[in-house]
Design a protein around this ligand. Structure first.
Ligand code: 4NP
Length: 151
């Protein structure tokens, strides 16, 4: 069983999108029993809030099932609970380490580091470009899945 936690700044745009895109990939592969997948924020700004409508629109457009979301903040205990903590852009990692401490077990990775371009997934909360975010997250999630099944 792989336990994967996707993390972004607010947990209303990118990390829940990655959570549901990744859940959809593993479900379509019939591997849902092998994965526990969730998401969290580094900040407290959006705690308790549902996903941004721009994220929901992309999930609906691509027939990806999702449930009512409640944003939550990353906790120190998440480091021992999860096998992989996957973040979106360079500014996330400073905040993640401030919460969980040192990455002694090499669990913390940037999503697009599993792809060839290794860029940040810029924040659609500011850019408004949720389509681009979806395309990047899909590429990252497919690459992460392929990495994990080869492990
Ligand atoms: P996310 O986007 O990190 O992809 O969920 C954001 C959502 C909310 C805020 C910033 C980014 N905010 O400042 O409230």
């Amino acid at each position: 069983m792989y336990k994967i936690l996707f993390v972004c700044l607010g947990n209303i745009c990118r990390s829940p999108m990655a959570e549901y895109v990744f859940k959809d990939i593993v479900t379509r592969k019939g591997k849902e029993k092998n994965f526990y997948i969730s998401s969290a924020a580094t900040s407290t700004e959006e705690i308790g809030n549902d996903m941004h409508y721009g994220t929901k629109e992309q999930l609906i457009e691509h027939n990806i099932p999702f449930k009512k979301h409640k944003a939550r903040q990353l906790k120190k205990e998440d480091y021992s609970k999860y096998d992989y903590i996957i973040w979106m852009e360079n500014s996330n990692i400073i905040r993640i380490k401030a919460i969980v401490g040192k990455d002694e077990k090499n669990k913390i990775y940037k999503l697009l580091d599993f792809t060839e371009n290794r860029e940040d997934i810029i924040d659609p909360w500011y850019s408004g470009n949720f389509k681009r975010t979806y395309n990047e997250i899909l590429k990252g999630c497919e690459a992460l899945y392929n990495y994990l099944i080869k492990e």
